[in-house]
Structure formats: structure tokens, C-alpha cells
Design a protein around this ligand. Structure first.
Ligand SMILES: [Zn+2]
Length: 327
């Protein structure tokens, strides 16, 4: 898989251009509140400002995060009505749906299935609940390969309708508004993909989720790791550092601090990412570090693959997967 397959440059650049304009419209004049590290609570140190958003880095756990943070209402308006959000949901998503299904969702469904087999208590009978399930591509792929009941939690009316067209069960609400009565009884595995970095308050999200989990239920999610090599080497020029979308960059160490604080057990943290080196090569002029710059310019394809494998295996990819259990 190459970055270009799932994120065609021209389409992605247009999305970034629209986002830059929306950032002024929706966040230009709103109130902002300074926050401490969302993982460990320590006071952060200024890292950089990008598109009018200031990022702090935590000196204790290296979490990178937006602070001061615009109030939650600004994000709600942005996500429901802005041109860049509509472009994402229509043009960008549709044009990359086939590639994403093949390269992202099918392998993800296989990975989730094997985690469920490894860690979920009992065997069949679990309901898989996809929080922010979008077009339902994961839910479709998951139902093809397992006997689990699938439920998508998706507040967006267009996306929820797309899921219903695929005969998927949908709870059309924000997670904060979901109650136990909306979900079936029995063991559950909650999943969310590329959502955690967007959350205005990860802690509030997790408190809500914990209220919906029974003992031994799992929460499996993917997010960006801020200590991943492409983010570290490109820093403020990393396209993953994209306000107003990505507000929280936890990492394999700091994410444990957050969950421990909330009395949730972290079962496993991995970084199965495959794109770090490819992203570096595509953005070589923005690399800050001499070694990586030389590496992507001169290393052979085989060497690049070898390094990518090591980066993933040792927890230093920017694509992170976390498995959590409610004790
Ligand atoms: Zn911290």
C-alpha cells in the first residue's frame, strides 16, 4: 500500500485548502480555553502554531495537543456544516472508498476479529459496536467475516442513511446521547477508528463509553501516535497535524496513563502502521532531521521496507491501535 492509494495528493490538497478557509470561518473569533496534558494532566510546553491553532507538548509523557482549545460548540458547527467537512464526506470519501475498503477496512476487520478471538471472554455472541462508523465500510467487511451482530453509532444523517441502505443497524446519535437501552444486552466490543485524535475531550468520551461497557467488554480503537516517526520528523509540517481535525496525539506510553487514570485496563498497544516511511519520502523537503532526509533519498526499496517493519514492531509508527478492557 502507498499513501497515494488512500490519500490521492490532488484531492487531499484540495481538502486541506478548503480546511484552511473553514478554520478562519469557524474558529477565527471563538473563545479558547487553555488545557493541561489530556493524558497525564501535567502542564504543557508550547510546541508550534499551525493554521491559528497552538499546540503544546507534554514534557512528562510527550503527548502533543491543541491548547488553548476552542470551545466544543465551534467544533460541532464545523463538523456539521463546513465546506471542507462536506468535501470529505462526499468527494474525498467516495473517490477513495474502493481503495480504502481493500487496503484499510478489510485488513482492519481481520485484525479486529483476531483481537476478539484473543481477548473477548466467551466466544460468539458479542455485539460489535462501531462508534462513528461513517459509511459502514468496516461494519460491512466485519459482518462478511464473522458471525457477530454489528451496530453502527453514527450521528451524521447522510452517513447514517448510507449505513441503513446497506442494511446495517444504526443508532443515529452522538456517543454522549447513547443510552444502554439503545444497545442489545450481552457482551460487547466497541470499536472506533481514527476518531480519538478528533475528540474535544477524550476524558468525557471515555466516561460515557465506560458507562455503556459491562465488565469484560472491550474497546478497540486506532488513533495517531505523536511519537510516530513521520510526525516527529515532519513536526508542524506533518499533514497529520491538521487543525481543526486532529487535536490529540497520544502515544503508546501516554495512552496508558489516560486509561489507568479512568480505571480501564489497557490490554495491548501496538503500532501496526505501514505508511510512515512512504509519508516521509513524499514529504522529504519538510523533513527536519538530516538522517531521515538522507535515508529517504538514498535507501533502497528493500531497506525502506525493513525499516518500516521495525518501526511498526517497536511501537514507533504513527498509526496506533489500543485494546482496552473494562475490569
Ligand atoms: Zn502528559
Amino acid at each position: 500500500m502507498k499513501e497515494e492509494d488512500i490519500r490521492p495528493r490532488a484531492i487531499f490538497d484540495e481538502y486541506l485548502r478548503l480546511t484552511a478557509a473553514d478554520t478562519l470561518t469557524y474558529f477565527g473569533a471563538v473563545a479558547r480555553v487553555p488545557i493541561s496534558c489530556p493524558a497525564c494532566g501535567a502542564a504543557g510546553v508550547a510546541a508550534f502554531t499551525k493554521s491559528g491553532f497552538a499546540y503544546d507538548v507534554c514534557p512528562a509523557c510527550h503527548t502533543l495537543y491543541v491548547s488553548p482549545r476552542p470551545v466544543a460548540e465551534a467544533f460541532a458547527a464545523y463538523y456539521t456544516e463546513s465546506p471542507s467537512s462536506r468535501y470529505w464526506a462526499s468527494t474525498f470519501y467516495k473517490q477513495t472508498a474502493d481503495a480504502r475498503r481493500e487496503w484499510l477496512w478489510r485488513p482492519k476487520a481481520r485484525a479486529i476479529q483476531s483481537i476478539i478471538e484473543r481477548y473477548a471472554s466467551g466466544d460468539a455472541g458479542h455485539t460489535v459496536v462501531d462508534i462513528g462508523g461513517g459509511y459502514g465500510l468496516f461494519a460491512e467487511e466485519m459482518s462478511k467475516l464473522s458471525g457477530h451482530r454489528l451496530i453502527v453509532i453514527e450521528p451524521g444523517p447522510d452517513l447514517a442513511a448510507a449505513c441503513r441502505d446497506k442494511s446495517l443497524e444504526v443508532v443515529q446519535k452522538f456517543l454522549e446521547d447513547v443510552s444502554l437501552a439503545d444497545l442489545p444486552e450481552g457482551g460487547k466490543v466497541f470499536v472506533s477508528f481514527e476518531l480519538f485524535e478528533h475528540l474535544h475531550s477524550p476524558e468525557k468520551f471515555l466516561q460515557t463509553l465506560k458507562g455503556l461497557m459491562s465488565p469484560d467488554d472491550l474497546f478497540i480503537f486506532t488513533t495517531l501516535s505523536g511519537t510516530g516517526i513521520d510526525i516527529q520528523a515532519l513536526w508542524e509540517d506533518s499533514k497529520s497535524v491538521s487543525p481543526p481535525h486532529h487535536l490529540n496525539f497520544f502515544n503508546p506510553r501516554s495512552v496508558r496513563l489516560l486509561f489507568t487514570r479512568l480505571d480501564l485496563e489497557v490490554v495491548e498497544v501496538t503500532t501496526p502502521g505501514k505508511l510512515d516511511i512512504d509519508i516521509l519520502a513524499n514529504n522529504r523537503s519538510d523533513i527536519k532531521d538530516r538522517f531521515w532526509k538522507t535515508f529517504v533519498e538514498t535507501a533502497s526499496e528493500g531497506e525502506k521496507q525493513q525499516w518500516q517493519a521495525t518501526v511498526s514492531e517497536t511501537g514507533w509508527s504513527s498509526h496506533m491501535m489500543v485494546v482496552v478492557r473494562r475490569p
